[in-house]
Design a protein around this ligand. Structure first.
Ligand code: MG
Length: 216
């Protein structure tokens, strides 16, 4: 079996079960301004950078007759909610084992996340196994020009490992993230969210129900 030159991991909803917590924080922030976010809207926010999400939520609030807000107004309500929830995120099933297996096999690893450096630190603190992933690209990385679904996050992660992105396996759970990794030329593995179906993702991806299915 051919092994990847490197593995590039998303964080939220892939290694850590943070997506229900992120969704709750956005839902509660929007509700604060009188707007109910629906499940399709919450799905559309998944995998994107905080500022991009805040701008989207601000627009939804305004479009449905709510107050005219800045992204900062939305974040001022949302961030304290997220900060109280996120340190309690559990690992996704099989995530720690997969990272430890890559480490044991000497496969280079990078994190390719939309999450900011500060948020990653907050979420990672209870999970020392994440330190095995030495290279990081954060959503607020100064070298990052565009967030997912643009390919930049995965291209930069591969570059920092010194490998060709087309020789990498990328692991994602969101549609924006899978598009990003595919546009970067990676072989994409999608961990399907509970409410996700493979047909929603780009056609060439490999869909998994659990990371524990993966054999390396
Ligand atoms: Mg994700």
């Amino acid at each position: 079996m051919t092994r990847p030159a490197a593995c590039l991991f998303d964080l939220d909803g892939l290694l850590l079960d943070t997506e229900p917590l992120h969704a709750r924080a956005w839902r509660e922030a929007a509700a604060h301004f009188g707007r109910t976010l629906h499940s399709e809207e919450l799905l559309a926010l998944r995998g994107r950078r905080r500022l991009d999400c805040a701008d989207q939520v601000r627009q939804w609030i305004q479009q449905s007759g709510g107050p005219s807000l800045s992204s900062a107004d939305v974040l001022e309500v949302r961030q304290p909610i997220a900060a109280s929830l996120l340190p309690h995120a559990a690992p996704m099933p099989g995530a720690q084992e997969l990272v430890e297996r890559c480490h044991a096999l000497g496969i280079p690893m990078a994190m390719a996340t939309s999450s900011s450096r500060e948020a990653v630190a907050l979420k990672s603190e209870p999970h020392p196994w994440l330190k095995l992933i030495e290279r990081r690209v954060h959503g607020d990385d100064p070298e990052l020009l565009a967030g997912k679904p643009a390919p930049d996050v995965f291209l930069l992660a591969a570059r920092r490992l010194g490998v060709d992105p087309t020789a990498c396996w990328a692991f994602e759970d969101s549609i924006a993230g899978a598009r990003s990794a595919q546009a970067a030329g990676c072989q994409v593995h999608v961990l399907l969210p509970a409410d996700g179906v493979c047909a929603q993702y780009p056609p060439e991806v490999v869909c998994l129900q659990s990371l524990a299915e993966l054999r390396l």
